[in-house]
Ligand binder design. Structure first.
Ligand code: 0A1
Ligand code: ZN
Length: 875
C-alpha cells in the first residue's frame, strides 16, 4: 500500500491528452473483458515536466497510466503488439517515443468480488460503476485524473438476463451476437473526465417522461428502479423536471443531451453520482411514497435529484482541474441545491437544516485532526475528502459571494464563469476570478476562505456611556480563528456578519457612521468598532442573521435580551437562534449544577414565545427542538459526556413538565389531515411530531404515542410516533418496534429506519442488541445503507453508549471497523469519524478512544482510507 500524500502545490498538467476513448466491455461476473482503444497525443509543452528535471519539453516522458486490481492481457500501439512497459500495483508505464498514436489495451476485471463498490461491481443483481474520484482505474488503464477530457464511445455486451445495458450519452447501435449475448453502443459527444464515465446493466422497471427545454428541445427522461417499485419513482421524476425548470429560470442553464437517465441501485457508497447523462443513485434517494417514506425522505429525494442534475453544468460542463479543487463543483452545487430546495419548500426550515449540519458536523471536523480548508492542501486518499467541509462549508462560502454580490451580481459572475470555462477543467481561483471580473468589490482577502481551515470565532463586546446627546453604545467586534491540526497560523478573514440592533420594543437602530449596510457589517480586520448614539439605554445587538458566515459567535446576552430577539428580530432565523442560545444556556446551568432548577421566568418566557407563534407552526416547530448533544459539544471543551447528556435530559424533562399544558394545547390544535407532501401539511406534521416527542416524556401521554402509531396513514407519523416512543418504558417501545418490523421486514430501505432507532436507544445492553440485529436476515455488512443505519447510527448518534466510560462502545465500533475495512474501506473510513473526534472530550474518554485508534492503526492490512484518518488523529 502506498500511503504517500499528494500535494496541491505539486500539480502538473498531463503529459498526454486522450481526445477519444473507445471501450468495449463484455460483462461477466468474475471475468469481464475490457478492451480499450485510446487516441493518445503527447502535449508538446514543458508545463507537464517538473522544473527540477532535465526539461526537453516532454519529448521523452513515458505514458503513465493508472490501473488498480486489473489483469492485463495485452497492449498494442498502432495495431502492433507492444511490450516496452512496466507494470506495478498502481501504474502501467509505457516507454513510447511517438507523439500521436492509437493505444489498445485489453484487461480483465472481477465485478462480483468487488465489495468496495468502486469501479465496476455486480451487486443486488445489477452491474454498476462508480468512478469518482479514482474508480476508473479499477476498470481499465487510464490517466485517472479530472483534467484529461475525452469523447467516449462505449459498447456494452451482456447476457440477455441483463436486458438493459446503459452508458453515457446517446444509444447509437444495438443488436444481438451469435453467442446469444446482446449489446448496445453509446456515444457521448461531450468531452468528459473519466470520473464521469458510467455503465449499468440489469433488469429494471422503467419510468419515462419528457421535458421540453426553454429553447424547445425535447429531452427523454428515464428512471430505472428495481422491479415492482415503479410507483415509488414518480416523485423523483417530477422532482427532476422541477430542477430542470429551476435551473433554466434562475441560472439560464439548459440540459444538453437528448436523454437523461437515472438508475436507482441498492448498493452504493454515497448518495448519488452525476455521471454524464446517466446518474446512478442510492435507491434511498429515489424511492418515495406516502407509506414508506417520511417527509424528510421526500425532501432529500428532491434535493439529491436536483444536486446531481445541477452538476451537469457545475461539475460536468465545467469540471475540476484536480481533486484539490473538489469544492469548485461540490460547494457550488450544494449551494445551488439549497437555493432550489428553499424555493420548492421553505427558506427558513432549509436554512435551519443546513446550519444544524454546520454546527453539528462541520465545526466538529474543523476541531479534529481531519481539519482542512475547503480546498485541501494535502490528500492521501481522495475519498476521505468528500467532507462536510468541502461540501457544506464550501456551500457557505459560495453563499457569502451571493450575499456580498446580491442575486443579480452573483448571476453575472456565474454567467462569466460559464462563458470563460465551458468545456474546461479549472480551479477555485478561476471561479473567484470570474466573480471578481463582474464586481467592484475586491475579493482578494475574501479568497482566504479557500485556503484557511478552522472555524472563526466572532466576538462582540458592548459598552454604553452617556453624553449630552444621549447614550453612546460602542460595539467592538473581533475575529479570531483558533489554530487547527493542519494549520497553526491564521489570518483575518473577510466576514459578512449579519448585524441588527433593536431595543426592547423592537425599534431598529443604525450605526453612526453607516458601516452596517443591508443589515450586514463587514468584519475584515481583527477588530472593528462601531457606535450607535441614541436615547435608548438598553440595546440588543443580534449577530449573524441567517447565518451570514460559517463562524461561531460570542455575544453575551441575558435572558431578557434573548427573548427580545425572539419577540422582535426581523429575521426569523435569528428568532430561532435566540431560543437555541437560551436552551443551551439552561443546559449549561444544569451541567454545572445537576440539582439546579431553571428559573420560572425562563419557562414563562418560553411559554409566551410558544403562545405567540401558535399559528406560525413552521417557526414554532423549529423553536421547540432542543439543541442536539452534538451541537452542544461545539460550544464546549473538555466535555464530560454523561453529565452533559444528563443535563440535556434534565432540561428536556423540565421542558415537558413545565410546559405540558401549552404543549398539549398546541398538539391538540393541529388537526390531522389526509397525507399530502405540501408545505403546510409538512409543517403541521413536523410540529405535531416535535410536540409529541416532548409529551412522550410524561407517562400520562403514553397513549398519544401509541394512538398515533396505530392510526398513522403515512411514514412520517409512524416514525414520529416511534421516535417519541424512545422515551416510553422499554416494553412499550419494543412492542411498537416489533409491529413495525412485522410490517416492513421485506423492505430493507424502511427497515433502515428501524435499525437506526434500535441503534440510538441508550439501553444498557445495546451492544448485544446491535450484535443480534446484525444477524437479522435483512442486514448485510456488504450493504452500505444497512451498515450506516445500524453501526453508523450507533457511533454518530448514540453518544451515551458510544462514549460509555468503560470504553466498550469505542471497542465495539473498532472491532466492527476492522472487519468492515477489509470489505469496504470507504464506508469504514466514514464511520471512524466519531472516534477520531476525541479532542473535545475529557479524560478518560480521550485515552480510551486513542487506545482503540491505536489498535486500528496497528491492524495489518488497514486501508489507506482508514489509515489516513487514524494516523492523523494520533499524530
Ligand atoms: N459527486 C457525487 C458524490 C460522490 C462522490 C464519490 C463517490 O464515490 C466515491 C460517489 C458519489 C455528488 O456530489 O453527488
Ligand atoms: Zn455533488
Amino acid at each position: 500500500m502506498s500511503v504517500t500524500a499528494k500535494r496541491r502545490a505539486d500539480y502538473l498538467p498531463p503529459a498526454f491528452s486522450i481526445p477519444l476513448v473507445d471501450l468495449t466491455i463484455s460483462l461477466h461476473p468474475t471475468k469481464t473483458v475490457v478492451k480499450s482503444k485510446l487516441s493518445v497525443k503527447r502535449r508538446l509543452t514543458k508545463d507537464s515536466v517538473k522544473d527540477t528535471e532535465k526539461n526537453d519539453g516532454n519529448k521523452s516522458q513515458p505514458l503513465i497510466l493508472d490501473g488498480n486490481k486489473l489483469s492485463l492481457v495485452s497492449v498494442h500501439i498502432n495495431g502492433t503488439p507492444f511490450s516496452d512497459y512496466t507494470l506495478d500495483d498502481e501504474t502501467l508505464t509505457l516507454n513510447v517515443d511517438t507523439d500521436d498514436f492509437e493505444l489498445e489495451i485489453e484487461n480483465h476485471i472481477d465485478p462480483e468480488n468487488n465489495k468496495a463498490l468502486e469501479g465496476l461491481y455486480l451487486s443486488g443483481g445489477a452491474y454498476c460503476t462508480q468512478c469518482e474520484a479514482e474508480g476508473f482505474r479499477r476498470i481499465t488503464f487510464f490517466p485517472d485524473r479530472p483534467d484529461v477530457l475525452s469523447v467516449y464511445t462505449v459498447k456494452v455486451i451482456g447476457d440477455k438476463s441483463f436486458p438493459m445495458l446503459l452508458s453515457n450519452g446517446n444509444p447509437i447501435e444495438r443488436g444481438e451476437n451469435p453467442d446469444g449475448t446482446h449489446f448496445v453502443t453509446w456515444h457521448d459527444p461531450h468531452p468528459k473526465p473519466c470520473y464521469l464515465f458510467a455503465l449499468v446493466a440489469g433488469d429494471f422497471d422503467l419510468l419515462t417522461d419528457t421535458y421540453i427545454t426553454t429553447s424547445g428541445k425535447e429531452v427523454a427522461l428515464e428512471l430505472y428502479v428495481d422491479k415492482g417499485k415503479k410507483s415509488q419513482g414518480t416523485f423523483a421524476l417530477a422532482s427532476l423536471k422541477r430542477a430542470m425548470k429551476w435551473d433554466e429560470d434562475v441560472f439560464g442553464l439548459e440540459y444538453d443531451l437528448d436523454i437523461y437517465m437515472i438508475v436507482a441501485v441498492d448498493f452504493f457508497n454515497m448518495g448519488a453520482m452525476e455521471n454524464k447523462g446517466l446518474n446512478v443513485f442510492n435507491s434511498k434517494f429515489v424511492l418515495a411514497d406516502q407509506d414508506s417514506a417520511t417527509d424528510d425522505d421526500f425532501f432529500n429525494v428532491e434535493a439529491v435529484i436536483a444536486h446531481e442534475y445541477f452538476h451537469n453544468w457545475t461539475g460536468n460542463r465545467v469540471t475540476c482541474r484536480d481533486w484539490f479543487q473538489l469544492s469548485l463543483k461540490e460547494g457550488l452545487t450544494v449551494f445551488r441545491d439549497q437555493q432550489f430546495s428553499a424555493d420548492m419548500t421553505s427558506p427558513l426550515s432549509n436554512r435551519i437544516k443546513h446550519v444544524r449540519v454546520m454546527r453539528e458536523h462541520q465545526f466538529a471536523e474543523d476541531a479534529s485532526a481531519m481539519s482542512h480548508p475547503i480546498r485541501p492542501e494535502e490528500v492521501i486518499e481522495m475519498n476521505n475528502f468528500y467532507t462536510v467541509t468541502v461540501y457544506d462549508k464550501g456551500a457557505e462560502v459560495i453563499r457569502m459571494f451571493h450575499t456580498l454580490l446580491g442575486p443579480e451580481g452573483f448571476r453575472k459572475g456565474m454567467d462569466e464563469y460559464f462563458r470563460r470555462h465551458d468545456g474546461q477543467a479549472v480551479t477555485c481561483d478561476d471561479f473567484v476570478s470570474a466573480m471578481q471580473s463582474t464586481t467592484e468589490l475586491d475579493l482578494t482577502q475574501f479568497s482566504r476562505w479557500y485556503s484557511q481551515s478552522g472555524t472563526p470565532q466572532v466576538s462582540l463586546a458592548h459598552n454604553v456611556t452617556s453624553n449630552e446627546t444621549g447614550y453612546v453604545h460602542t460595539f467592538t467586534v473581533t475575529q479570531n480563528t483558533p489554530s487547527t491540526a493542519d494549520q497553526s497560523e491564521k489570518l483575518p478573514l473577510y466576514i459578512p456578519v449579519g448585524f441588527e440592533v433593536i431595543d426592547e420594543d423592537g425599534n431598529r437602530y443604525r450605526d453612526d457612521s453607516g458601516m452596517i449596510q443591508n443589515d450586514l457589517l463587514i468584519v475584515d480586520a481583527p477588530e472593528i468598532t462601531i457606535t450607535i448614539t441614541c436615547d435608548a439605554k438598553k440595546l440588543t445587538p443580534v449577530l449573524l442573521g441567517n447565518f451570514s458566515a460559517p463562524v461561531k459567535v460570542h455575544n453575551e446576552l441575558d435572558t431578557a435580551s434573548l427573548l427580545t430577539i425572539f419577540a422582535h428580530s426581523q429575521d426569523a432565523f435569528n428568532r430561532w437562534d435566540a431560543m437555541q442560545t437560551l436552551y443551551n444556556r439552561c443546559i449549561s446551568e444544569l451541567y454545572e449544577n445537576p440539582t439546579a432548577t431553571i428559573d420560572s421566568g425562563i419557562w414563562a418566557g418560553i411559554h409566551a414565545a410558544i403562545d405567540s407563534e401558535i399559528d406560525n407552526i413552521e417557526l414554532l416547530s423549529e423553536c421547540l427542538v432542543i439543541p442536539s448533544f452534538e451541537t452542544l459539544c461545539q460550544s464546549r471543551s473538555n466535555i464530560s459526556v454523561q453529565p452533559l447528556i444528563d443535563a440535556r435530559k434534565a432540561f428536556c424533562r423540565q421542558f415537558s413538565t413545565q410546559l405540558e399544558a401549552v404543549l398539549l394545547n398546541a398538539f391538540n390544535g393541529i388537526a390531522t389531515q389526509a397525507y399530502s407532501y405540501q408545505q403546510d401539511a409538512v409543517n403541521a406534521r413536523r410540529c405535531k411530531n416535535v410536540l409529541l416527542s416532548h409529551l412522550a416524556r410524561l407517562p400520562q401521554h403514553k397513549d398519544l404515542v401509541i394512538s398515533q402509531f396505530d392510526k398513522a396513514d403515512n411514514m412520517t407519523d409512524t416514525l414520529g410516533a416511534l421516535k417519541a416512543a424512545q422515551s416510553l418504558p422499554a416494553d412499550a417501545f419494543e412492542s411498537l418496534m416489533a409491529k413495525f418490523e412485522e410490517k416492513w421486514r421485506h423492505d430493507p430501505l424502511v427497515l433502515d429506519k428501524w435499525f437506526a432507532l434500535h441503534a440510538t436507544q441508550p439501553r444498557e445492553d445495546i451492544l448485544a442488541t446491535i450484535t443480534m440485529l446484525s444477524e437479522h436476515p435483512q442486514f448485510s455488512m456488504g450493504n452500505p445503507n444497512r451498515v450506516r443505519s445500524l453501526i453508523g447510527s450507533f457511533a454518530f448518534y448514540n453518544s451515551e453508549r458510544f462514549h460509555n466510560l468503560g470504553g466498550e462502545g469505542y471497542k465495539f465500533v473498532t472491532d466492527y471497523l476492522i472487519k468492515l475495512d477489509a470489505l469496504n474501506p470507504q464506508v469504514a473510513a466514514r464511520i471512524v469519524t466519531p472516534l477520531i473526534q476525541w479532542q473535545g472530550f475529557a479524560e478518560p474518554h480521550q485515552a480510551l478512544m486513542k487506545a482503540q485508534l491505536g489498535r486500528l492503526l496497528n491492524h495489518k492490512g488497514l486501508s489507506k482510507d482508514v489509515f489516513e484518518k487514524v494516523s492523523k488523529s494520533l499524530a
